[in-house]
Design a binder for this molecule. Structure first.
Ligand SMILES: [Ca+2]
Length: 111
């Protein structure tokens, strides 16, 4: 057998094994070396997620403006700009008091 074929017989199964292991790890969240569950699979919240949730609980919007569908944006005043909110490409109906939809196509803070 030629050396190239022998090398291919060794390398190809190795590459396939690594690929399968990476797919398994991404699907299950289980580290293939340690068997430890990571990220969301571990069921643990990171400090960043907890801080975000706490800030939403501590500072709820006064009330949601009905001009903006499927998002909760504080009513005018204060006058908010797209940089002040965490939403983009949301539906705008009605008065649009914050003027998120300058071109009036019904989509606010387009990105
Ligand atoms: Ca728009």
């Amino acid at each position: 057998m030629k050396p190239v074929i022998i090398a291919a017989l060794i390398v190809v199964p190795f590459v396939l094994f690594i690929a399968a292991a990476l797919v398994y790890q991404s699907q299950t969240g289980t580290d293939i070396v340690t068997g430890e569950k990571k990220g969301v699979a571990a069921g643990k919240w990171g400090e960043e997620e907890i801080a975000k949730i706490k800030s939403i609980i501590d500072n709820p919007p006064a009330s949601c403006d009905p001009s903006y569908l499927a998002v909760c944006i504080e009513q005018y005043p204060p006058d908010l700009d797209c940089e002040d909110i965490r939403y983009s490409n949301f539906m705008v109906v009605g008065d649009d008091p914050h003027e998120f939809d300058i071109d009036s196509n019904g989509i606010g803070c387009e990105k």
